[in-house]
Design a protein around this ligand. Sequence first.
Ligand SMILES: Nc1ncnc2c1ncn2[C@@H]1O[C@H](COP(=O)(O)OP(=O)(O)O)[C@@H](O)[C@H]1O
Ligand SMILES: [Mg+2]
Length: 239
Amino acid sequence: MTTAQGGIKIENLRKVYGHGDTAVEALKNVNMYVAPGEVVGLVGPSGSGKSTLLKCLGAIIEPSSGKMTLGDELIYDNGWTLPDLRALRRDRIGFVFQAPYLIPFLDVTDNVALLPMLAGVSNAQARQRALELLGALDVAHRAKAEPSQLSGGEQQRVSIARALANRPPVILADEPTAPLDSERALGVMRILNAMAKQANTAIIVVTHDEKIIPTFKRIYHIRDGETHEEMGEGRTLDL
Ligand SMILES: Nc1ncnc2c1ncn2[C@@H]1O[C@H](COP(=O)(O)OP(=O)(O)O)[C@@H](O)[C@H]1O
Ligand SMILES: [Mg+2]
C-alpha cells in the first residue's frame, strides 16, 4: 500500500442509480479537490447528491464513471483500481456521521480502539492511541464510560476520535454537527481543523448547518449533481 500524502481529487464523477426508465442521475459531473490539511464544506439542498458523493468517495457504492484520487493513488478510473475496498475503507478513510453509532456494549476507549485493533495494531497500542485522541478531544475523563452515559456532544467527540484512530489521510463527515448546539458545533469544527493541520488530513464536511458554514475557507455547492466552487468566509476558530 502506498503511503498517501492526503488530498482528494475527483474528476468528472458520474453516478446513475438504476437502469432504463427508472434511472436517476444523482451525480452528473462532479469535480473537486481537497488539499492535505484542508477542511472543505459540501453544501446543497436535499436530494442534490451529497451523500451519494461521500459514499462513492468512501467506496461504499460504485460510481458509474470518472476518476477519484486519494493521496497520490488513483483509486477509481472508470472502475476500482484496488482489489481490497474493505482495507481502503478501514485504513485510509475516517467516517463521521450525524448519529455517532457508537457500540453500546463497549466502553468509550474500546469504541475508539476497535478499528486499529482490527487493522492489526496491538491491543495495548490501540488503547494508548485511543486515550491520546480522547485527550485531544477533551473526553479522556469519559474513557471508561459507556456511550449511553455520555451527552450528545461527548458522543460526537468520541465518534470523531474513532474516525481519527487509524490516522486516515481522508475524513468524510456527513452532517456531523446537526444534533449539536452552536458552541459544540463550533467546537467540533475547531477539532476537525486542528486535526487537519496536525495530521495533514483532507476533510470534507457535508452540511447545511448555518452555524458552521462561515468557518470554511472553501465551499463546494452541489446542485442537481454538479459542483460549483466558492470561497467561504473562513472565519477563524482559534481561541
Ligand atoms: N439507492 C438509491 N437508489 C435510487 N436513487 C437514489 C438512491 N440513493 C439516492 N438516490 C437518489 O439520488 C439523488 C441524490 O440523493 P442523495 O445523494 O441522498 O442526496 P443528498 O444527500 O444531497 O440529500 C436523489 O434524487 C435520490 O433520490
Ligand atoms: Mg444526504
